[in-house]
Design a protein around this ligand. Structure first.
Ligand code: CIR
Length: 253
């Protein structure tokens, strides 16, 4: 697997925040946490490609939002937050090495954090960041390759993948306060621990689930379900309303 990442911006303290109250971010600590995150990706067999830092773009570490890489094409996002639109150019240039790039155009907006792929199904969050025009453009780009797009309302959180992620081929980790589980009736569902609302964001790689250390009780649930978990302290990334999926775009080169 190839993992596209970008270093933490020095300006991260000026990040976008929607559902999280602003609290001081220790950028040096965020940098250390990100270095450990990248080391874990490498240890799990990912070939890491690091984009150049974008020091003036506070949220640029959250590369997940900039693109959706399918087997056949890369869909270059058009982030819902105006301050993030400039992040996509360098991602598109880099991804062009591996995929034909299709761009989401105005008035469409789409954040990669809203796209959950399960097989040939793309579940797309109707969130504050991703609009119907953006989803329709994603559908037009992906459906010729046999992908089915399913629109999923989310509320009280930033992205679909704040509320639900796939932790194993047949298993989801879900916060049912933020998304309804009935879109996935055929799958096994693990509920997050109720006092850890942000804990549904998990990143599975090669049979291991990367998960934030702040979700200790949810981690216990994952392990009780037979999953192997690597827990990472991402406290500063969480203060920027990010999680473990947001800091990479992972695909088969
Ligand atoms: C934002 O609001 O855009 C950033 N502060 C956080 C983005 C997190 N990305 C993600 O969950 N995919």
């Amino acid at each position: 697997m190839l993992a596209l990442v970008r270093p933490v911006s020095e300006a991260m303290a000026r990040c976008e925040l929607t559902h999280v109250a602003r609290s001081p971010i220790d950028v040096a600590r965020a940098v250390e946490q990100h270095v450990r995150y990248v080391a874990v990706l490498r240890s799990l067999g990912c070939n890491v490609v690091e984009l150049d830092a974008e020091p003036d773009r506070p949220d640029s570490v959250f590369v997940e939002d900039t693109a959706v890489v399918l087997d056949e094409i890369a869909v270059i996002a058009r982030p819902g937050a105006l301050s993030r639109r400039g992040e996509v150019a360098s991602v598109a240039r880099t991804l062009a090495e591996w995929r034909r790039c299709v761009h989401i155009e105005p008035p469409g907006t789409l954040d990669g954090g809203d796209v959950l792929r399960i097989g040939r199904d793309l579940y797309v969050g109707c969130s504050g960041r991703t609009n119907h025009a953006g989803i329709a453009q994603l559908e037009a780009a992906a459906s010729p390759f046999g992908y089915r797009v399913v629109r999923v309302p989310v509320h009280d959180c930033l992205h679909l993948k704040s509320a639900v992620t796939c932790v194993a081929p047949d298993t989801l980790l879900v916060n049912v306060q933020w998304v309804q589980r009935d879109h996935w009736s055929a799958m096994r569902v693990i509920d997050i621990a109720p006092d850890e609302p942000a804990a549904a964001n998990a990143l599975p790689i090669g049979g291991v689930v990367i998960h934030a250390a702040s979700g200790r009780r949810t981690r216990e649930r994952l392990e009780s379900a037979g999953l192997s978990v690597v827990s990472l302290d991402v406290s500063e990334i969480e203060k920027a309303e990010g999680g473990v999926t947001c800091c990479s775009v992972i695909f088969q080169p």
